[in-house]
Each structure stands twice: as structure tokens, then as C-alpha cells.
Design a protein around this ligand. Sequence first.
Ligand code: SF4
Ligand code: SF4
Length: 351
Amino acid sequence: MSYIANLAKIASGQRNLDPRMAIYYVTAQCNLNCAYCEDFGARRNPSQAAHQPLERAQHILRVIRSGTDALWLTGGEPLLAPHLLDLLEFAKQELRFRSLTVISNGTLLPAHPEILPLLDRLVISLDSLDPAAWAALNMPKSYAESILEIVRETAKEQERHDFKLILNAVITPENLESEKPDSPLSTFDTLIDFCIQNKTWISFSPQSVNNWPRYELTVSPAYQAFIQKLIQLKRDGAPIMGSLAYLRTLATLEPYDCYPTLIPRILPGGELEYPCRPIAKAGGEQGGREINLLDFSSWQEAWSAARQRYGEAPVACNSCFQQCYAEPSIIQSRPLETWLERADLGTFAPG
Ligand code: SF4
Ligand code: SF4
């Protein structure tokens, strides 16, 4: 049980916690161009890495599997990688990952229904039901015409193929605009309602700018009202991902103890983002991307090389409030709250 082992490490002052899961960016190419995306998007495709040949990608997964049994495959848009199905089959049948998640923008799903039986969770990014909001986020008209139908149809497959469909929405000042106390139906109300009707879950994360929550959100009464509403909805049993402890942190945006090694990320070419994506991206002495899983045969070896190269994960760094960064650390470092809430330890929410 890595959760218990990690609690013991925290108690003895260590910050190098064992991973609970890993994220592999199958490709950095994307077919959309979301306005808020800081790393990918069609506008950046010419300078971005494509997918690795199948054998090399399989080696990367093999090394990851020696460190953790839960895997997320994402991008860019992972369905642009022609070997995604092969990789999923390899991960499930040969490597026997206990939990497999794909995060996709959903646009290419109708051409790839064969991935569904292999998944434990499918996450589709969807920030609003309103075509006007999509236009503001830079989505093409064809997206507006098809995405809701794709989500409805995919949701119907959950029972047959035994996977969980989760929508993931980024909270921006733009899609919060109608989130006013006197408005009976806001953008997010209709989105949550859509999820309930279609029996999907939904996760929310604040838009990040340079790894901090976007400033307008931090001073917005509409943001505060919305997070309080989310907390109440979750208490009432709505299908909202994320622990109450995380949602309360979103409301206050108070510092939390970040343990970035809980969810390591690996780039398409096998580069390990140590100790976390934001610090590795910035480069410098605290972290980077020099350690490549293709050069190692086990996670332990690769991780030790990264620690030796860059040192321990930082103390008191807590700028990232997206669910995928903050939630694992909150669940791991607050065992009593987690236990009282019966938070799901194995399947962190996306964001
Ligand atoms: S679909 Fe995802 S990866 Fe592509 S541009 Fe939008 S946010 Fe970025
Ligand atoms: S808050 Fe955590 S994930 Fe974000 S930069 Fe700091 S250590 Fe990395």
C-alpha cells in the first residue's frame, strides 16, 4: 500500500513520496487550439514532439509499470497517436496496469470505439454547453456541432464496457460570466445538469496562468459563489469529482503541502518531468527533463538518477491548484480528513 508507506515517509520528514499513478503524454500534437492551453494546441504542432514508435513507447510503459500500477494516457490529443490502441492493449493485457485512464478532447472518439472496453476511466474536456462560450475559447464550429452528441453516445457505453466517463471543465472568468447569484441557470449549472442526465461525472479546475490560478478568479465573487455551490452539490450527492478537502482548498486558495512526486509525468519521448511538470518546464537546478526512461530498465533506477541530478522535491511550493496537482497531495497529507470523507484513494481526479 503506497498510501501507508507514503504516510510513514511524511512522518519522517521525507518528500520523495512513491508515485500513486503516472501520466504519459502519448503525443504532444493536438487537433484543437483551446485559448487557455499553455502547452499544446494546433498552433504549436510544428514545434511539438509526435508519438514514439510503438516499441519505444512500450518500453516507456514497461518502466512506468515497475513504479506504479495506475496509468493516464494523454496528450496533446492522444487519439492522434496511431498506436494508442496497441499501447492500451499492451498496458492492460501484458503489463496488467490496475487502472487505465485516457484524457481526450473527444473529437476523434467516434472513429475509435475500440478503445472503450480497455479503459477504467475516460476523461473528456468540456468547459461549457454553450457554443458562444466555445467560440470565446477558440473552438471550431464543427466542434460545437458534434461534441455533445459524442458525449451522449459515449456515456451510453459505460455500462456495456465497464468504464467511468468524466467530463473535465476549466473554470475561467469567461465561462463564469453567467455564474451570478441572481441568475437561475448558469453555464456550469447546465453543464452539471447535463452530466446528471447522461450519468457522467464532472471535475472542475481553475484556469492556471504560469502555474498560478488566473488572477481574475482569485478576486471574483462569482468564483467564490460557484465553489461554495460545488461543495454543497457534492454534499448532496451530485457526481462531482474531487474531495471536499480539495474543494475547500479551491475556495480559500490557501497554501497546501504539495508532494509533486505522487503523480510523475513523462513526455512523448520518454523524458521524465522531475520533480513536476512546472518546475521541469522552467528548467534550472531544481528540476528538468534530462532523465529519459528509454535509458533505464526500471522506474527505481530512473527516479534515483533524477534525484541525484536535481536533488529533492521542493518544500513549501504550492502554486498549482488544478485538481491533478493539488488533490493527490491533499489526500495523501491529510489522512484523517480523507478517512472521514471516505475519499477515493485510488483514482485521483483529472484537471
Ligand atoms: S484539447 Fe487539450 S491539449 Fe488540445 S489545445 Fe485544448 S487543452 Fe490543449
Ligand atoms: S505546486 Fe507542486 S506541482 Fe506546482 S510547481 Fe510547486 S511543487 Fe510543482
